[in-house]
Design a protein around this ligand. Structure first.
Ligand code: ASP
Length: 331
């Protein structure tokens, strides 16, 4: 009997190769001839979406084709990244990953269907995003020390928002909880955009999230910030103390967003995407918008594919023991 092959029996690489054959070879001379999809693995309006839209706008200009954002949320960002990793490596599907999807997730998902260090062609780092401890504006604690005490004492009565297991807000959140030995109730969202809306409405108590999502609301007074988890204060939030200044020096953590493509891009297509991202970040307007939101713009040495590959490998190595220990301690 002739074996019948379903989509499921074909490997991701097989599917990608078949798609390439059908579409014909992609070359930088003709690429891109149609819009490019950038998968954002979280809901619209959150930090990954914000960074993606900022760079996609500029990349569309230099590539001469629209870079269209597709929000594919779920499972802490791993649903969208899994799907994008299995797309044809032809340059027409790229994705905005981050420290969660490409650093923390392997520690927390046993059956993760991608390997952050092996399943992608890294395009480049897009932004550094320090972590800020934020709470609803009427949370009754005047400073970080009082906040830590309130979260510990409140136990499950305190609600902590996050964007799904393995996400930045989840991994940095459970790290915070394990350092202060607290066990709040974790409330999951499809991204920290919707989580922020609930924080502003007072529906949840706090979260740890990427600065580009929360800086505007902190300065506007619709939420409050207890500390920024970096060694130095952020120029975007000069009044927010560092965790060290506020009495919690053990909690220093930063995140990032970066562009990846499915493994197997033709080299010249990869180069076009890398150059386009680098040009986007060199644009004064884009730079300013990232800096105004508290993000950092990577230097040329930090930005390219080699540096990003090294960052992914070091982040997986750094987060795996920390998160396994935090998870084992019951977070
Ligand atoms: N900052 C989010 C996270 O916690 C995701 C997002 O909405 O960008 O991973």
């Amino acid at each position: 009997m002739t074996p019948t092959f379903t989509r499921r029996t074909l490997s991701a690489a097989g599917l990608a190769a078949a798609a390439l054959v059908l579409a014909g070879p992609v070359s930088a001379d003709t690429y891109p001839q149609r819009p490019i999809t950038m998968v954002v693995p979280f809901a619209a309006g959150g930090p990954t979406d914000i960074v993606a839209r900022l760079v996609a706008e500029q990349m569309s200009r230099s590539l001469g084709q629209q870079v269209v954002i597709e929000n594919v949320s779920g499972a802490g960002g791993t649903t969208g990244i899994t799907r994008a990793s299995q797309a044809s490596p032809d340059g027409y599907t790229i994705m905005m990953g981050h420290m969660g999807t490409h650093g923390a997730a392997p520690a927390l998902f046993k059956g993760l269907k991608y390997d952050p260090a092996k399943s992608f062609d890294p395009i480049g780092l897009a932004a550094g995003t320090p972590i800020v401890i934020v709470a609803k504006k009427d949370f009754p604690a005047a400073d970080l020390k009082a906040f830590v005490a309130a979260v510990k004492d409140g136990g499950p009565k305190v609600n902590q928002a996050h964007a799904g297991v393995g996400s930045v807000s989840h991994s940095t959140g459970i790290l915070f909880d394990s350092i202060i030995s607290a066990k709040p109730t974790l409330v999951v969202y499809r991204g920290t955009g919707p989580a922020l809306n609930d924080l502003m409405a007072g529906q949840v108590d706090f979260m740890t999230d990427q600065i580009v999502n929360v800086a505007t609301q902190i300065t506007g007074g619709t939420i409050k910030a207890y500390a920024i988890a970096t060694p130095e204060r952020s120029p975007a939030l000069p009044d927010v103390p560092t965790t060290k200044e506020a009495g919690l020096p053990g909690y220093e953590v930063s995140a990032w967003n970066a562009v990846f493509a499915p493994k197997g891009l033709p080299q010249d297509v990869a180069k076009k995407l890398q150059d386009s991202l680098a040009q986007a970040l060199a644009d004064a307007g884009t730079k300013k918008r990232i800096l105004d939101l508290g993000g950092t713009v990577p230097s040329a040495a930090e930005q390219g594919p080699k540096a990003l590959q090294a960052l992914v490998e070091s982040e997986v190595a750094r987060w795996t023991p920390v998160l396994r220990a935090a998870a084992e301690s019951g977070q």
